[in-house]
Design a protein around this ligand. Structure first.
Ligand code: NCD
Length: 293
């Protein structure tokens, strides 16, 4: 495995190994400083990010690597018309690994096709976000022990939500069951929907082990009115969990807008901030593995 552009780049064994290695990293978070000593990781972010970029940069530094990069393409020569390919060629001259987020689906694969160093897809438009999936699985495993047999409700924007697009195939791989609770008109893409049961939010809360809530991806809508019409489709709050006697944990890749009520934050079911925190050891495992350390 040289690049990580899609969850399909990983074999079952790779998946298991990443989860195991993330555990090792978490147990000794401050003891890994020699692993990537002298290496340089580049974070090339053509789209906004808080958690993904900063957790990758934290992970790199915890492993002893140096970090270069940009968080806003307006400050780079792409704003002068430089192609993605030329930008990647230049980053190849500076860094040993590139973590890239880009608004265009397929951009990570384009980068990987010419890059001489590993490329990690940190989100390509509505395409995929494979390292988010690794931290999602890591969190589920930590909270629920075995992944096999878990029923995981995917709530919200299943059409544009790239985290869901990587998560659904991964859940199948680990023999968990995805359940779709899509906002109106925001169903799973056809190639992912086959064999996925649909549910209402109430039923999912009552019967699933995990409620994986997502934000309606405003930036992917061509028509603002369409976004306005669906943005409030689902709200997960304390009352829902109580009414349905839910035993589910609540996860969210974040940022949330209004789909998870703040009244949930103090409850034991709320795992979204722990989930984000797990991004560091998981991304340490990804960086170390792809760099052969
Ligand atoms: C997600 C993303 O960028 O796809 N955020 C993240 O990486 N944790 C989810 C989102 O933006 O809604």
């Amino acid at each position: 495995m040289r690049h990580l552009t899609s969850i399909h780049d990983l074999t079952d064994a790779d998946l298991a190994r990443f989860l195991e290695r993330a555990g090792e990293m978490e147990r000794d978070l401050l003891g890994m400083r020699d692993l990537l000593d002298g290496r340089i990781v580049c974070t090339a972010f053509f789209e906004p990010s808080t958690r993904t970029r900063l957790s990758f940069e934290t992970a790199a530094q915890r492993l002893g690597a140096g970090v270069i990069g940009f968080a806003d393409p307006a400050t780079t020569s792409s704003s002068k018309g430089e192609t993605l390919e030329d930008t990647i060629r230049m980053l190849n001259a500076y860094a040993d690994l590139i973590v890239m987020r880009h608004p265009k689906e397929g951009a990570a694969k384009r980068a990987a096709a010419i890059s001489t160093v590993p490329v990690v897809n940190a989100g390509d438009g509505p395409g995929e976000h494979p390292t988010q999936t690794l931290l999602d699985l890591y969190t589920m495993q930590k909270e629920r022990e075995a992944l096999a047999g878990l029923r995981v409700a995917l709530v919200g924007d299943l059409k544009f939500g790239r985290t869901v697009h990587s998560l659904v195939p991964a859940l199948r791989r680990v023999r968990a069951t995805p359940v779709a609770v899509a906002a109106p008109g925001l169903d799973l893409p056809k190639e992912l929907a086959a064999g996925v049961a649909r549910s209402t939010l109430e039923e999912a809360a009552a019967t699933c082990d995990v409620l994986y809530v997502t934000r309606v991806q405003k930036e992917r809508f061509a028509d603002a009115a369409e976004y306005e019409a669906v943005k409030g489709a689902f709200v997960v709050d304390a009352a829902l969990l109580q009414r349905t006697k839910s035993r589910a944990i609540v996860m969210h890749p974040l940022p949330r807008v209004d789909e998870i009520s703040a009244d949930l934050d103090g409850l034991p079911a709320a795992k979204y901030f722990d989930q984000a925190r797990n991004g560091v050891p998981v991304r340490m495992a990804v960086l170390a593995t792809l760099l052969g350390a």
